[in-house]
Structures are given as C-alpha cells and as structure tokens.
Design a protein around this ligand. Structure first.
Ligand code: 1CP
Length: 390
C-alpha cells in the first residue's frame, strides 16, 4: 500500500498567516499553484526575491547529522522514516527562514536496490556494489532485466518518510522528491561505485549499446513509477539528478542520456493523471552537459539545474524566451572562501540570472561538500536573499 498525503488544513492557515495568497489555478491548469515562493516563481509570478535551496543541504557537513545518525549505516537511516524525516528537517530548522524547500533524505541508489542489486555505503569510500553489471552475458544483467520491479513495496519506506516529513514540515516549505537519471544510475550499476575512468560504463555503451539502451529504458520506467509514488506520498516538486551527464560527449549524451530524461518528463505527468493526481514541477540536473542546455530546454522539464561551469548570462542567452526556469549555480567551493568572495560571487550570479525577479531558483552548481562550515552556508543563503531582493 503506497502512502498518500492528505493536505493539512494547517498548510493553508499557516501560509495565509505568513501573508501569502491562497492557492489558485494557473497556466491552463498545468499544476496547482501552492503559494510557496518556489511555486509562485514557477508560475511566472512576480516574486520578491529568488527562492533558494541547496543540493545536499542535509548531510555530512552538519554536526547534527552525525549526531542523529549515531554511527548507524547510511541505508539503514534512509529506511527508517523517522530518522530520514529528522535528517530532512535539520537544515530547515538550522537555517529557518533562509531555505525555500526541503529535499527528502534518501539516495539515488535506492533504485538499483529496488531492481535487485546489493548496494552498500562504505565509510569514507562511498557506494559499493559487490556484484555490478559487467556484461550483457552475465547472469546478473539477465536477472535485473527480468525482474518485475515492485517500487510500491520495495521503496515503501521512502513514501512513508515523505508523508511523515510533509506532516512535520507543517507547510513551512515545499518538499522535493528525487531520483537518479537513467544514465547516472547505469554508471553506478556497471562500475559498482564511483569511477574516475568510467571504464565499465563506457565499455557498455561502446561495446553493447543495445543492451545498455534496454537497461536505460528499464531504469526509466522504474523512475516514473517511483517518482509518481513520491508525489502521491506528498512530494511537491521532483528533481532528476544526472550527476554523470558530463561523462558523455555531446553526441553520446543525445543517445544515452537525453532520450531517457525526456521519457521521464513525458511519462510522469501521464502517470500522475492516470492516478488522479495533479502534475508537479519537474527539475532536471544534467551536470556537466552545458553543451545540451538548448535541447534540454525542449524536453519537458520546468527547471534546468546548472553547474558552475557555465556563466549565468550565457545560459540565459541560450534559453531565449522559453519558459524554463534555471536553478543553480555558484561553485560549491565558494563556501571554502572568504565572505567578501561569497558576496562577490552572489552579486555576479544574481546579475547574470537577471536579478531575483523570475526565471531562477538559487542553489549551488552541485551539492554542498564535506567540511563546509554551516555558518558559511548560512552567509551564502542570506546573501542570496539580500542581493536578489528587489
Ligand atoms: O554519511 C555518509 O557518509 C553518507 C553521505 C551521503 C548522504 C548524506 C550519501 C552517500 N548520500 C547522501 C544523501 C543524498 N544523496 C541526498 C539527500 C540529502 C540532501 O540532498 O539534502 C541526495 C539528494 C543524494 C543524491 C545522490 N547520491 C547523488 C546525486 C547528487 C550528487 O551529489 O551528484 C549521487 C551521485 C549519489 C550517490 C552517492 N551517495 C552517497 C555518496 C558518497 C555518493 C557518491 C557521490 C558523492 O560522493 O556525492
């Protein structure tokens, strides 16, 4: 039984108390406008400043994360809805009033787990698959391809965590659900973890392209099922993380990544409609694939996440008058810098995205990295608010 989030009476009361308007229909019913800053921004309304959230805003750089985790295994924490919702809320509480969204505490690698693969999180190493997919002829590939993936039961704990988090949030900020993009997940499933050379994933696409495409298609179907159930459980926006998009050339990105991102953008709204649910804004983050911004603007996402390797003004020029919102994009490394340099970076970024008026959700160009001091992130958040205010 998948979890269903029943809107809280409090959501509306609280938001009205904070001076926001009540929900109305917008843009020929594309989705319901909730009156949080991000949603108003996405609806093309005039907003008072840029909304902001940060990839990996929960996690290792926060002392309270280590405290709450208390030495437990990472995936064990993901599977415990009480713990996952506590971890999701930590940055919202620490940076109260400075973050405009929460992102559910989980990982992109829960999909390979649901597809029957074992994934461990090794301390100071990262994800590890004891039995990665090594060739179309090995039994593991066959098993993964044959398995009927029941994301409703396999990932039930994620939906429970989402519903619990919505309840605990009490309407403070909207909640983002997410999944890994098919290409990025294929990399982890074939490499067995992170990789510098991408030997295995490149062997798959250049030696066995048809088997790789079959796997990418299968992952895409699972992503749609999984995201739809996250929305049902209460996720109000979704993000697809293609963290490894930059490993592909412009040509191979068109073959092995973009069509599968497009599949998700096309099929998720259809699935939600079949389930009697309203569509939610969709964000895609094709990290390192700035060559593809022009075409990714046309594949059905509302928001494109940008890494820091492209200048905001350049991205805005590529977008032209298309109704796409950008998200990003300061170098996460700026948080190791001085406050003067943080301010300078924020000023440049705000100017490049055209100020806080519209078309931009502030973030970093990738997740916040370990050893960042929480107070330096706090300074970044408050500078974005200050500088992007009209
Ligand atoms: O305690 C620990 O050491 C675990 C560290 C950790 C955390 C806190 C991992 C291991 N994953 C997460 C949570 C996580 N992962 C979130 C929710 C928290 C939040 O964003 O606030 C999200 C959205 C992810 C997504 C994720 N996992 C991505 C895509 C985003 C990105 O950073 O590119 C990827 C590639 C992963 C794989 C992964 N999970 C964890 C590690 C160490 C890795 C390898 C990549 C990496 O080092 O970031």
């Amino acid at each position: 039984m998948a979890h269903e989030f029943a809107p809280l009476k409090n959501d509306l009361i609280l938001r009205t108390a904070w001076g926001y308007s009540s929900p109305v229909k917008i843009r020929s019913n594309e989705w319901r406008l909730d009156s949080w800053l991000i949603q108003r921004q996405l609806a093309g309304q005039d907003v008072e400043r840029a909304p902001i959230w940060i990839m990996r805003q929960a996690g290792r750089y926060l002392p309270e994360y280590h405290e709450a985790k208390d030495g437990r295994d990472f995936f064990e924490c993901c599977r415990d809805p009480e713990v996952a919702s506590t971890l999701t809320l930590q940055p919202i509480e620490r940076f109260a009033g400075l973050l405009d969204a929460a992102i559910i505490f989980s990982d992109i690698l829960v999909i390979p787990q649901a597809m029957g693969m074992t994934v461990e999180m090794l301390d100071k190493v990262g994800p590890h698959f004891p039995e990665p997919l090594r060739s179309p002829d090995d039994g593991q590939y066959e098993r993964v391809m044959q398995k009927k993936v029941d994301v409703a039961s396999e990932l039930d704990y994620v939906y429970k965590a989402i519903t619990m988090t919505r309840t605990k949030l009490q309407g403070r900020v909207p909640l983002i659900g997410f999944c890994g993009a098919p290409w990025t997940l294929l990399c982890y499933m074939t490499e067995g973890g992170g990789s510098k050379t991408h030997r295995e994933s490149k062997t798959w696409i250049y030696k066995s392209p048809e088997a790789a495409k079959a796997l990418l298609h299968k992952i895409s179907e699972v992503c749609v099922d999984y995201l739809a159930l996250q929305v049902k459980a209460g996720a109000q926006l979704i993000q697809v993380f293609d963290s490894n998009a930059g490993e592909l050339s412009p040509y191979t990105f068109k073959t092995f990544s973009e069509p599968y991102l497009a599949y998700i953008a096309e099929h998720l709204p259809k699935r939600l409609q079949e389930m009697g649910l309203e569509r939610v804004p969709m964000i895609v983050f094709p990290k390192g694939a700035n060559h593809a911004i022009d075409s990714v603007c046309n594949i059905g996402y509302n928001v494109i996440g940008l890494d820091w390797v492209i200048d905001p003004a350049e991205a805005v020029k590529i977008r032209g008058d298309r109704k796409i919102v950008f998200q990003g994009n300061a170098d996460p490394g700026i948080l190791y810098g001085s406050h003067e340099n943080i301010t300078e970076t924020v000023e440049h970024m705000v100017k490049g995205f055209g100020g806080g008026k519209g078309g931009w959700i502030a973030n970093l160009g990738h997740g916040v990295t370990p050893f960042v001091k929480p107070d330096d992130l706090k300074f970044y958040l408050s500078e974005v608010q200050r500088v992007s205010k009209r």
